[in-house]
Design a protein around this ligand. Structure first.
Ligand SMILES: Cc1cc2nc3c(=O)[nH]c(=O)nc-3n(C[C@H](O)[C@H](O)[C@H](O)COP(=O)(O)OP(=O)(O)OC[C@H]3O[C@@H](n4cnc5c(N)ncnc54)[C@H](O)[C@@H]3O)c2cc1C
Length: 285
């Protein structure tokens, strides 16, 4: 139950939304509500005004610009990203990551803008956003601002987005020919959130590794209260056969992965390659 009172506004344009956001220091944007509403129910967020973006149709589109940039609007849901043909073909790691998020209900409501604005270090979409060198386009009272993903994530739940700015779209540069991508997630068996994830892009054997460094005791397996978000820095891993050999479970939906035997990262990457879904076999011509 949400116990504190708040006003609710649902503007039809992004300019109007920016204006409403600027009118109250305690106003907050709401998109899918799948991170914000739980926080409000717990009393951890108490905005005086909620500015709902869902009437702004222009934020819902996925398009390819003339220069090949793939532009994903902030309100595009995880499910739509996972199913979009262009994203699946050209930003495969992102499509894979979106398809791994939560369950069907979460994917149907949660948005890429919400995921990147919330910046949970255990979230799935930030890692491929970094791996693909995307740019985050923010719109605020001073107009628009493009922030490279590597400068956007500042820490756990911290971004370069100002309080009066709205994340409007995520812009992915045209992928080079003959490159492919994939995403492997190792989820915490209780929460389903990522413990470690590996988005790979650009070519046959290279991938980027993103590994959360937990602040809690690693060996105990205890969840830290936060993650060192410096964590989300890409590091090259050399070759798929030399990928890290953490003994963690492969994920997917929870019941499915719980039934699976323990696999190493290498096992999974090699199996995905055999199945035709891995980085190596997803080369574009
Ligand atoms: C049961 C459950 C399981 C989940 N599992 C996973 C998982 O496995 N992996 C994963 O990555 N995520 C998971 N999530 C989180 C989910 O992906 C959320 O949808 C996502 O983190 C936030 O998106 P949203 O659209 O719901 O944002 P909201 O909850 O509406 O907003 C989140 C925050 O971002 C801000 N915000 C939203 N949109 C914008 C914008 N356009 N501009 C500026 N600020 C904005 C809001 O003000 C708020 O602070 C799970 C959530 C639930 C409830």
């Amino acid at each position: 139950m949400i116990t504190h009172p708040f006003t609710y506004q649902a503007p039809a344009t992004i300019e109007e939304a920016v204006k409403r956001l600027g009118q109250n220091d305690d106003a907050k944007v709401i998109a899918g509500g799948h991170s914000l509403l739980p926080l409000m129910k717990l009393g951890l967020a108490q905005p005086e005004t909620l500015v709902d973006l869902r009437r702004i149709g222009s934020l819902r589109e996925i398009r390819t610009d003339a220069d090949g940039t793939i532009v994903i609007g902030a309100l595009v849901t995880h499910r739509d990203i996972a199913h979009d043909e262009t994203v699946r073909a050209k930003l495969t790691a992102l499509a894979d990551a979106a398809g791994e998020i939560g369950d069907l209900q979460v994917r149907a409501r949660g948005t890429i803008g919400g995921s990147l604005a919330h910046a949970d270090p255990a979230a799935d979409e930030p890692a491929p956003t970094l791996a693909y060198d995307a740019t985050i386009r923010a719109i605020g009272p001073q107009g628009r601002r493009d922030i490279p993903a590597r400068d956007y994530f500042k820490g756990a739940f911290e971004t370069a987005l100002a309080a009066n700015e709205i994340l409007a779209e995520v812009r992915f540069p045209a992928p080079a020919a003959r490159t492919g991508g994939s995403y492997v997630k190792f989820a915490h068996p209780a929460s389903g959130f990522a413990v470690t994830r590996i988005p790979s892009d650009r070519g046959r054997t290279r991938s980027h590794r993103f590994e959360g460094r937990r602040q809690g005791d690693r060996r105990s397996g205890r969840e830290g209260s936060g993650w060192d978000h410096g964590a989300l820095r890409p590091r090259r891993v050399r070759r798929i056969p030399q990928a890290p050999r953490h003994r963690l479970r492969e994920t997917g939906d929870r019941t499915r992965h719980q039934a699976r035997p323990r696999l190493t990262t290498r096992d999974i990457l090699l199996r995905r390659r055999r199945e035709g879904a891995g980085a190596v076999s997803l080369l574009r011509s």
